[in-house]
Design a protein around this ligand. Structure first.
Ligand code: AMP
Length: 466
């Protein structure tokens, strides 16, 4: 199961405060990270209650079920799995009952060795309710905790066995804990408001409830949050480096978020400037593929002096096209999603900016749509380097053979997509635009070099999942 999700955890010092409402607003702000299901678990000092449902945050929650989720401490989750079963059993928080109480777990990431770990647990008699790797983590944690009666030590022990990415919010009875994997692939930040502590995948979840961004949870850090915040460190192998996902900056995160201290909006503006420096062109107008490339297109326009315009209007009530199972449906859905404004395009030489090319489906379909409007020239500029290798850490992309750049040079891609020129951002510029050292970023999808071990049969395993 590949999950690109959003998580929130919150604690209020005021025991009679119902924290679910803040968690709900936080999840609302993280809706772009998952549209498939949403859930909240809260603890009121005597019991834990959970409500989960399929669909958007606004469809799942209402005043009635939020009032039922009373308690001053809780966690929440929005889920987006690209493939596999979209069913309620796989929604989160995942709940486990065990001899020491109840645990709820909200996970963003992908555990690469989860199959192996799951088979081991099954052999030992564990029965699984879902097909998520989050349930694997849950069983591993509760088993350790039953023996050690110390959750922080249990997390440290379990972490040693997990390979992959994980930002976790845990509710262990009424204790809130968060964990970020030792290389920090997925984001996780800490925020505060008078008497309330919030953790979330992205800082936009703080803005909506009036909390201040304090700092990021460090890679390999465990926070235990109650009236105080206590920090613990997962022991790491010497030489372990951070590996923040570059794709969060390029595409996934909201531009108004701060990730590992960097404002995503500024990174995307930098990307637009750098794209112009690397691939200048004479044209009449710069246009984005909305919405994810808007900021980079503004950057390109500012750097080049070519005016910015809108040529494609997005229907914002359609979900992400990636989740369509067949190529034909993906192509149709591009037309459903974007409509051209003929009067803005006819006879023009345009610079079209997108954040990435994965399969090439979007670009190809858009080029056909644009050509039909009578556009004169299309110069496609991409705010990331060619994606040549799959992501194994939870950014659902495609299998290797579906990636257009896995076996094609730029010129061949240009011909396949049918544009007059094509320019990708270089890896060197991307790293500079983000402002994090190259060896502290995960660039696996553009270099084929990954920050963790990979099982030898990983491609086979990935293609069964997709
Ligand atoms: P493709 O059509 O396969 O080349 O996908 C590229 C388009 O999808 C770009 O416009 C991106 O903004 C968007 N995109 C890139 N990665 C993802 C992803 N993991 N999930 C959904 N959309 C994506």
């Amino acid at each position: 199961m590949q999950d690109k999700c959003g998580i929130v955890g919150a604690y209020s010092k005021n025991k009679s405060h119902n924290i679910s409402r803040e968690i709900y607003y936080g999840l609302y702000a993280l809706q772009h990270r998952g549209q498939e299901s949403a859930g909240i678990s809260a603890h009121n000092g005597s019991e834990m209650r959970t409500y989960r449902g399929m669909g958007l945050v606004c469809d799942v929650f209402n005043n009635g079920n939020l009032i039922g989720l009373d308690g001053n401490v809780g966690i929440g989750h929005v889920r987006y799995s690209t493939t596999g079963k979209s069913q309620i059993q796989n929604s989160q928080p995942f709940i486990g009952k065990f001899d020491l109480g109840t645990i709820a777990i909200a996970h963003n990431g992908d555990i690469i060795n989860s199959m192996e770990l799951r088979q081991k647990l099954e052999k030992e008699g564990i029965i699984f309710q879902s097909s998520t790797d989050s349930e694997v983590i849950c069983h591993m944690l509760t088993r350790e905790y039953s023996q050690t009666q110390n959750m922080v030590e249990s997390i440290k022990k379990v972490s040693k066995k997990l390979i992959g990415s994980y930002s976790l919010a845990l509710l262990v009875n009424d204790d809130l804990m968060v964990v970020r994997d030792p290389i920090g692939i997925k984001p996780l930040a800490l925020g505060q408001r008078e008497g309330t502590t919030i953790v979330a995948s992205e800082t936009v979840a703080f803005d909506v409830v009036g909390a201040e961004y304090v700092r990021d949870v460090e890679p390999g850090e465990i926070l235990v949050i109650n009236d105080e915040i206590n920090s613990f460190k997962i022991p790491q192998n010497p030489g372990t480096s951070k590996a923040h996902c570059m794709f969060e900056y390029v595409y996934f995160a909201r531009p108004d978020s701060i990730l590992d201290g960097r404002i995503v909006y500024n990174v995307r503006l930098n990307i637009g400037h750098a794209l112009y420096r690397e691939h200048p062109v004479d044209a009449d107008v710069v246009m984005p593929v909305p919405d994810s490339a808007i900021t980079a297109a503004i950057g390109y326009s500012r750097a080049s002096g070519i005016s910015y315009g809108e040529g494609l209007i997005k229907n914002r009530y359609i979900g992400r096209t990636f989740i369509m199972p067949t190529q034909e449906e993906r192509e149709t859905s591009v037309k459903l999603k974007m409509n051209p404004i003929k009067s803005e395009l006819e006879g023009k030489r345009i610079v079209l900016v997108d954040d990435s090319i994965v399969r090439g489906t979007t670009s190809k379909a858009l080029v056909n749509v644009l050509r039909d409007t009578g556009v004169e020239e299309i110069h496609l500029r991409i705010g990331s380097p060619p994606i040549i290798s799959p992501c194994y850490y939870g950014i659902a992309m495609a299998t290797r053979k579906e990636l257009i750049a896995s076996d094609k040079e730029v010129e061949k891609i240009r011909q396949t997509i049918g544009v007059d020129s094509l320019g990708y951002l270089s890896t060197k510029s991307l790293v500079e635009c983000i402002g994090i050292k190259k060896n502290e970023l995960c660039l696996g999808c553009i270099t084929g070099e990954y920050p963790t071990q990979l099982p030898s049969d990983i491609d086979e395993y990935e293609s069964c999942k997709c």
